[in-house]
Design a protein around this ligand. Structure first.
Ligand code: FAD
Length: 480
């Protein structure tokens, strides 16, 4: 990039000029910036916080997974007492735990800064605001650009009627701070983020209650995948209230007094975590001055090349909608950087995996059974219960299930779902199968190591093909 407005393009003069300006340094933003730099473009990356990495690295995917790892160790140690080996209950040094979690975050965010330097991506700290179709103000600087990538992410939704300014009412960022371990915690929202954090606080010793508006946890996920998780946590948590809404929250020095709809009794909690979804940051950075359309919810509509209605301004990640997931943002980022560099590429992924890193984990990719039914798409379901997996039983993980959705005509894989230990890792094989156009035979005839959980993918494919020998035979008709 060139300073003081020099440079090859004809964009207006400014303090800094970039061929590619990237606004936001989350997984979408930093990936777009780095890919564009690797393709030979001058890049300026603007971020309002001193630490790069966005929500994912700082207050999302990474700190939550660090804490979930600790939660899993605690839960496994407790479960092992049923198999003849008992450990004393955990002694939790919250300061040390927080410091460890923060060190993981710092290592990664520092790594992103290092990668930016290594690529000569100029990082500007400050809130960016578009002042025209080729200009962004950052503090007292103006960055002019040929192309821009908006990767401004999303924020937690607040609920009316809840005193969000009371420090005992937390969003996910506050909850990851681990200020204390509340005796009684109410988690409002039974989606992935709420359940992951519920899992952490339960393991650390809180009595957790979950309240969810829908009729199941993780709304949108197939019920058979959610069931083992629901059963497991119903046995650990104080309560799970489905089809229930928080009616009011009254805060006083004794606690947070909550009333619910329906027949759920009022209760007092030390803390409340509100995890009812996230909303895009599209309305916050003056995109109208650049002529870019933002919809009424704050999403920035884009085409399959990540282009907004203004051809040289792109948008990616949470701010464009679709599943709000880091790997969706990074995939879009690569496409967008390559489009800017003149490559003929589009977003054409067949599946975006979703993972709840709960205990047990829940993961799916491609079409869900619910979607297939809703959209009237012909499909067969082939499920393999982990009760018949030697590896699962030896890991005390027999509640799991692997299922495949197969297109009846072509026998191709069109979707997969897994619940159980390491489901988030296991789903990758089915994602690859989906992208490669694998059919049930391909999966079933791939030799999987024994005993592994990954075998359950092949076993489910054998169920689809009618060749499974690890389950009882299908009952024959009287004539055989
Ligand atoms: P973000 O990561 O939100 O980054 C946007 C960046 O833009 C931010 O750094 C912000 O400060 C900056 N910004 C915004 N406006 C401006 C401005 N005007 N000027 C300058 N900078 C600006 N996803 C997964 O795939 N796996 C997980 O396990 C997972 N766990 C999660 C756990 C939690 C608790 C949360 C909250 C989210 C989780 N997510 C997870 C979602 C994931 O974090 C997001 O999908 C991902 O971060 C989106 O990336 P992004 O680049 O679009 O935006």
């Amino acid at each position: 990039m060139s300073v003081e407005g020099g440079g090859e393009s004809e964009a207006p003069q400014g303090d800094v000029h970039a061929q590619v300006l990237v606004l936001g340094s989350g997984p979408g933003g930093y990936t777009a910036a780095f890919r564009a730099a690797d393709l030979g473009l001058d890049v300026v990356l603007v971020e309002r916080y001193p630490s790069l990495g966005g929500v994912c690295l700082n207050v999302g995917c990474i700190p939550s997974k660090a804490l979930l790892h600790v939660a899993k160790v605690i839960a496994d140690a407790q479960a092992t007492s049923e198999h003849g080996v008992s450990f004393a209950g955990p002694e939790i040094d919250l300061d040390a735990l927080r410091a460890w979690k923060d060190s993981v975050v710092k290592r990664l965010t520092g790594g992103v800064s290092g990668l930016a330097k290594a690529r000569r991506v100029q990082v500007l700290e400050g809130g960016g605001r578009f002042t025209g179709p080729h200009a962004l103000a950052v503090g007292d600087k103006t960055v002019t650009f040929d192309h821009a990538v908006v990767a401004a992410g999303s924020r937690a939704i607040e609920l009316p009627g809840i005193p969000h300014d009371d420090e005992r009412v937390m969003d996910s960022t506050d909850a990851l701070e681990l200020a204390d371990i509340p005796k009684r915690l109410l988690v409002v929202g039974g989606g992935i983020i709420g359940l992951e954090l519920a899992c952490v606080y339960d393991a650390l010793g809180s009595e957790v209650t979950v309240v969810e508006l829908a009729d199941q946890l993780i709304p949108g996920c197939d019920p058979d995948l959610v069931k083992p998780l629901h059963q497991r946590i119903a046995g650990r948590y104080a309560a799970i209230h489905l089809e229930t809404r928080v009616e009011s929250v009254k805060a006083d020095e004794k606690g947070l007094y909550v009333t619910f709809t329906g027949h759920v009794a009022d209760a007092t909690f030390e803390r409340i975590l509100v995890a009812v979804g996230r909303e895009p940051n599209g309305g916050d950075m003056g995109l109208d001055a650049a002529g870019v359309n933002v919809d009424e919810r704050g999403f920035v509509p884009v085409d399959e090349r990540g282009r907004t209605n203004v051809e040289h301004i792109h948008a990616i990640g949470d701010v464009v909608g679709g599943p709000m997931l880091a790997h969706k943002a990074t995939y879009e980022a690569r496409i967008t950087a390559e489009v800017i560099a003149g490559h003929d590429v589009i977003f054409d992924a067949r599946g975006i995996p979703a993972v709840a890193y709960t205990d047990p984990e829940v993961a799916w990719v491609g079409l869900t059974e619910l979607q297939a039914r809703e959209r009237d798409i012909a499909h067969e379901v082939a499920s393999f219960p982990w009760q018949a997996s030697g590896r699962a039983l030896s890991m005390n993980a027999g509640e799991g299930l692997t299922k495949l959705l197969i297109e009846p005509q072509t026998r191709r894989l069109i979707g997969a779902g897994i619940v159980g230990a390491n489901a988030g890792e296991l789903i990758a094989e089915t994602g690859l199968g989906l992208e490669m156009g694998a059919d049930a035979q391909d999966l079933g005839l791939t030799i999987h190591a024994h005993p592994t959980l990954s075998e359950t993918v092949a076993f489910a494919a054998e169920v689809a093909e009618g060749t499974i020998t690890d389950l009882p035979p299908k009952r024959r008709s009287p004539r055989g």
